[in-house]
Design a binder for this molecule. Sequence first.
Ligand code: ATP
Ligand code: MG
Length: 288
Amino acid sequence: MIMKKEDFIIKAGTNVKLSNFDSSDTGSFKSKNDAKAILKKNIQKMSELQNKLYAYDKYSLLIIFQAMDAAGKDGTIKHVMTGLNPQGTQVFSFKQPSIEELDHDFLWRIHKKMPERGRIGIFNRSHYEEVLVVRVHDLIQNQKIPPELINKEIWNTRYREISDFEKYLYENGTIILKFFLHISQEEQRNRFLKRIDTPDKNWKFSATDINERRFWDKYQQAYAEAISATSKKYAPWFIIPADHKWYMRYAVSEVIVETLDELKMSYPVVSDEQLKNLEECKSKLLNE
Ligand code: ATP
Ligand code: MG
């Protein structure tokens, strides 16, 4: 059976344990070739649905990618994008916050990058870093938050704030999809080694990645907790097996296509008056 959106979604209230998710799963596909045709169809469909999203001009779609290093965020974004019209799509990468950004609440820089109605916004990392890297490395002390507001409830507080924010967006027409690209520690090691051994891939490797790898278990724990706390009907998480890049791309495309397909959208109807207007323009052009 081919895996669908339903199979990757984390239902609200699930207590996620990442070790229960097989990062090397490929569903019923045995090899890349099995997924090829359906991936191609999905990319084509995505393009049609994006057109509709743009014309309808009421919803926007926000797609969030989070993952451990080398899981393939960049490649997946690139791949998904091949099916999209660049004019209706924006990609943003969130790095360490700047001094200006640290002078504001943590959602400030995120809210500024929200896709406009009719458009698709893709986030390479996101506000979730605030409960991932910030938690794992205890960076909250550098955030200029009044000390009396930092207590042991801070992460639960942030989960709630993030969910409130996402609910607000949803209630204003933003459809939110959150992807966790799930790779194994072994596969990450293979990919780092490949980056070191392949000259063309050297630029992708940074020594700090090795350092972060030492925090693997802490990250997995932080991811599991964040996903459990913030997967909601209005902003679901999807855990995508990412050891096989081709399967990850299929799964992501499937979730996006099904989501857009579920939206009740129509092309704007041309009124009688507009039709009359068109006819008048036509006869003017013909009589030139
Ligand atoms: P990537 O690793 O996503 O491909 P990159 O290698 O091009 O990106 P990096 O500088 O390695 O660029 O990644 C951005 C870094 O910024 C990550 O280590 C991430 O954890 C960190 N970061 C993102 N958001 C925050 C945040 N809110 N607070 C602290 N660090 C953050
Ligand atoms: Mg990096």
